[in-house]
Ligand binder design. Structure first.
Ligand code: SF4
Length: 610
């Protein structure tokens, strides 16, 4: 197929060798790319019983077929493997220049296995791969590492994805940073990278695969860019970044506060407008994006520019901890980026610690200082202690489920699904979101579970996914499952989820790039297949239907806000969801017939024998 280089780079870090792994057309069409192709590769290579951080545990970085084409909003990549945080399927995506450079080096992705004896990094040039010594980089933060590699290789055009000290220390929610503050943050894949003694991947290159119809791709790209520029939501993203949603989140009771026990709070300090008024904000964009939702805060401190906090980070360190000190939230964000940890898991774990302190489960002796709601200084101290692995920070660095278990608390008090901390949108405000969170391939996932966009008018006509009553559970699971499959497909295409283009356009784009022009139904089937293979990875590691749930702390009805007294009916949502997916409600596995229908005969054979 066109649009691919037709090869991954397979790097054995134990042996210090690199070799090509050819991809055939059938494999490309079936798994498309990105996180889905990564899932197919992880499925083949995983040892279901081994520790996620064992040397044999694979780590995949993958681009999609659109990367390197003129299409807008496609410079993204997926990182995947078994999550050190959950023990199940783990994936994260990030945008920037790195994905373009990675594919520009001449491979569609990389699979790492083994563990280097000493710290190394991988340098990719055009068609060239070299494993290099990273001893001098170990211990350096993510910003320093990116600059040091560019300067060592005397190449300013290089783009670097790396871990910070958190990944080196195997912190269970360490992420991978690229292009300064862009993050593949979730699921602890930075710890997986650290366990391999792999500090960074530095990619440089401008190779582009041949396209099936380059003129058509250029025309579609032009059309899409014009639509994106004229789209009202895109304009709001450009103006205020992801913080444009803060007001709306409050109006709809969609943002959690005080460790998920409230949904009403003063919104003023946390909005995109406030950020623009109070700081010197400069936009930045992933390569080829006409929006530019990223924010640099210039001279945050004299001589220091920092990345602006995204909506998720702002709410996690803000309302969730009842903290109104935006300076401190920006500091916390910067510290997490430097050290390379996921701001969502860190913020939720800190909010849980404050809740436990209020309940008397943690005390002054355990923490070392008083821990009260809204205490910005204490929050920053805890971020540092997590990163430095000091005192109570060691427990907080393991996430809320491990915290609840260690302290003898009910697991329903831990704000997570399958071990991954809840993002900053509320399943109680949108029941389509609740079912997506409960069943998300990596756990509670705001990027595939953003059903609020549908309820707010972002309908998908090709699949009849239409706005409905947001607080209604019956009848919501099927459109939510289809929407989830579509968003899962975006991570196969490695397309930004803020792109407003339609499914029919996606089909045309795939045709122009690869030569395979699917129907919308083919694309939905590809999304369903993607969901099924990721599910099977987790099933092989012990995942069952008992894991498809929302924790009590995020499910029980709240007393105030626009959804007061209402909670999602999880039984109805789950039974309708399993019926749509063809998953067995007893075992939580994709059914044998469904797997065969999706072309996953090898998975059916594995899970059911025969
Ligand atoms: S909208 Fe933001 S995340 Fe998406 S491609 Fe553009 S700059 Fe990147």
């Amino acid at each position: 197929m066109k649009g691919y280089h037709g090869r991954f780079l397979e790097v054995d870090l134990s042996g210090g060798t690199c070799r090509d792994l050819p991809l055939d057309d059938e494999f490309c069409q079936k798994y498309i790319g990105g996180a889905t192709m990564a899932a197919a590769l992880v499925y083949e290579r995983m040892d279901p019983a081994s520790d996620p951080l064992a040397p044999e545990s694979p780590l995949v970085m993958a681009t999609g077929p659109f990367v390197g084409t003129p299409l807008p909003m496609v410079s993204r990549y997926a990182v995947a493997g078994i999550s050190p945080l959950s023990g199940f399927w783990g994936e994260a995506t990030s945008g920037g220049v790195f994905p373009f450079r990675l594919k520009g080096a001449g491979w569609d992705g990389i699979i790492f296995s083994g563990r280097a004896e000493a710290p190394v990094y991988l340098h990719l040039g055009e068609g060239e791969a070299e494993i290099r010594d990273a001893a001098g980089l170990w211990g350096r933060d993510s910003y320093e590492t990116q600059e040091a590699i560019k300067s060592e290789l005397e190449d300013d055009q290089l783009s670097v994805a790396c871990i910070g000290p958190a990944g080196e220390k195997l912190i269970r929610y360490a992420g991978i940073m690229n292009d300064k503050g862009r993050a593949a943050g979730r699921c602890g894949l930075g710890a997986l990278m650290g366990s391999k003694n792999l500090k960074a991947v530095a990619a440089g290159g401008k190779l582009r695969p041949q396209l099936a119809d380059a003129a058509k791709a250029a025309e579609l790209a032009k059309q899409a860019a014009a639509e994106i520029k004229g789209n009202l939501v895109s304009l709001a993203f450009r103006e205020y970044g992801t913080l444009m949603y803060t007001d709306m989140a409050l109006t709809l009771s969609d943002a959690p506060a005080k460790y998920f026990s409230k949904n009403v709070f003063g919104v003023e300090p946390f909005t995109g407008q406030a950020l623009r008024q109070n700081y010197s904000v400069k936009n930045y964009a992933c390569r080829g994006c006409p929006i530019g939702c990223g924010r640099d805060l210039k001279q945050f401190r004299p001589g220091v520019d920092v990345d602006g906090p995204e909506y998720e980070t702002m709410v996690a360190f803000g309302p969730l901890c009842l903290n109104e000190d935006v300076d401190a939230i920006i500091e916390a964000n910067h510290l997490c980026n430097q050290q390379g940890i996921d701001t969502i898991s860190a913020g939720v774990s800190i909010a849980y610690a404050i809740h436990l302190y209020e309940q008397g489960v943690l005390n002054l002796n355990d923490v070392g200082f008083a821990l009260n709601w809204g205490d910005a200084e204490a929050i920053l101290k805890l971020v540092r202690m997590i990163c430095e692995q000091e005192g109570i920070g060691v427990l907080l660095s393991q996430g809320t489920l491990a915290m609840a278990r260690a302290l003898g608390r009910e697991e329903g008090e831990a704000a997570q699904v399958k071990g991954l901390e809840m993002p900053m949108h509320e399943g109680r405000a949108f029941h389509g979101l609740a079912i997506s969170y409960a069943t998300g391939p990596r756990g509670a996932c705001h990027l595939k579970g953003d059903y609020y966009n549908v309820e707010l008018g972002g309908m998908i006509l090709e699949y009849l996914i239409l706005p409905g009553e947001r607080l209604e559970s019956a009848g919501k699971a099927e459109p939510a499952a289809k929407y989830q499959s579509l968003k899962d497909l975006y991570d196969a295409l490695t397309m930004c989820k803020f792109s407003p283009i339609q499914v029919t356009q996606l089909c045309q784009m795939l045709g122009a790039v690869t030569g395979w022009e699917p129907t919308p139904e083919d694309l939905l089937a590809a999304g369903d297949r993607s969901m099924a293979i990721k599910r099977a990875v987790s099933n092989k590691r012990g995942l069952g239907s008992q894991h498809d749930t929302l924790p009590a702390v995020c499910r029980e009805a709240l007393a105030e806000g626009s959804n007061a007294g209402v909670s999602p009916d999880m039984d109805t949502l789950l039974s309708e969801y399993y019926a749509y997916r063809g998953w067995d409600p007893e075992t939580g596995r994709p059914g044998q017939d469904k797997l065969i229908e999706l072309g996953l005969e090898h998975v059916a054979k594995d899970l059911y024998g025969g």
